[in-house]
Design a protein around this ligand. Structure first.
Ligand code: IPE
Ligand code: IPE
Ligand code: MG
Ligand code: MG
Ligand code: MG
Length: 292
């Protein structure tokens, strides 16, 4: 059931994100890598999460959530393009094909990343589905989560932690920042625009905090024992760069235990939110047990 839901949402998101980029008036040499970047696929889990969170409160119409959802996927896609650059994780494959800097060059990858990040805010600010106040909320939340105090700090600390022996607590902080922030904000924006009460938003925000950790822990696990064709990116990249990851700090067995523990914590927070829709819980399961 949840897999069908994910597929339906992917089918909705994919043409929309491509259309948004296709509609831009750009030199062909710039548009080509942009389209390459947005049509490479990817699971689209963050916009799907945002939509599921919105639909938990507004099951009938999804119009209001579509622009924030597209914007979030643009920000995520930019973060991956930059994350793969030689100056960062230096990876050649992503989403089953060459990374942008490999298929084109570093400057193109930097600029396409910059472009997607900026365009995300344009897409929200000109949305015809949102009230002015809602736009401000979405822009504030997205910029905070993806910005200096959020994902950027996380990415910085991640790079600094190469060749270091980190404590679990420090690693937890990095994961919450570099990955958790975008996942958490997906849930929060969805709930807010859907009309959740402040206590519900607070409980779901905590749910999102655990969900973000679970997602990055599973990413670390897949970097050790995933399948390259399934994950669409190299296996063993973290080890090669001597990254600080959960398997490195705790070993695989304990990593699995801690993941299960965070999944249980997430479930508790979900229960606190008192919503009658299991989709977010089903997504928790997917986030924790995915193989791609
Ligand atoms: C990969 O995210 C980067 C992390 C934050 C772990 P995803 O696993 O969601 O990547 P795509 O979007 O499906 O390619
Ligand atoms: C990436 O974490 C987090 C981002 C903000 C992009 P990773 O570096 O582990 O992501 P992958 O494994 O390259 O997708
Ligand atoms: Mg990285
Ligand atoms: Mg990486
Ligand atoms: Mg990784």
């Amino acid at each position: 059931m949840i897999n069908q839901y994910i597929q339906e949402k992917q089918n909705e998101i994919n043409p929309l994100i491509k259309d948004e980029c296709q509609s831009l008036n750009l030199p062909e040499r710039l548009k080509q890598p942009l389209i390459y970047a947005v049509e490479a696929g990817g699971k689209r889990l963050r916009p799907i999460l945002m939509m599921a969170s919105f639909e938990a409160f507004q099951p009938k119409s999804t119009d209001k959530i579509i622009h924030p959802a597209l914007a979030l996927e643009m920000i995520h896609t930019y973060s991956l393009i930059h994350d793969d650059l030689p100056a960062m994780d230096d990876d050649d494959f992503r989403r089953g094909r060459y990374t942008i800097h490999k298929a084109y060059d570093d400057a193109t990858a930097i600029l396409i990343g910059d472009g997607l990040l900026t365009y995300a805010f344009q897409v929200v600010s000109r949305s015809n589905q949102l009230e002015a106040e809602e736009k401000i909320y979405v822009l504030q939340q997205l910029s905070q989560a993806s910005g200096l105090e959020g994902m950027i700090a996380g990415q910085f600390l991640d790079l600094q932690s190469e060749n270091q022996n980190l404590q679990e607590e420090e690693l937890n902080n990095i994961h919450q920042l570099k990955t958790g922030q975008l996942i958490r904000v997906a849930i929060k924006i969805g709930a807010y625009l859907g009309g959740a009460t402040p206590p519900q938003i607070e409980a779901l925000d905590e749910f999102g905090r655990y969900l973000g950790l679970v997602f990055q822990i599973q990413d670390d696990i897949l970097d050790v024992k995933g399948n390259k064709d399934d994950i669409g990116k190299p296996v063993g990249s973290d080890e090669e760069k001597n990254k600080s990851t959960y398997p490195k700090v705790l070993g695989l067995n304990q990593t699995n235990e801690i993941k299960k523990h965070y999944m249980q914590q997430a479930k508790k927070k979900y229960d606190d939110a008192r919503i009658n829709q299991p989709r977010l819980l089903e997504l928790l399961q997917i986030f924790g047990e995915r193989t791609s």
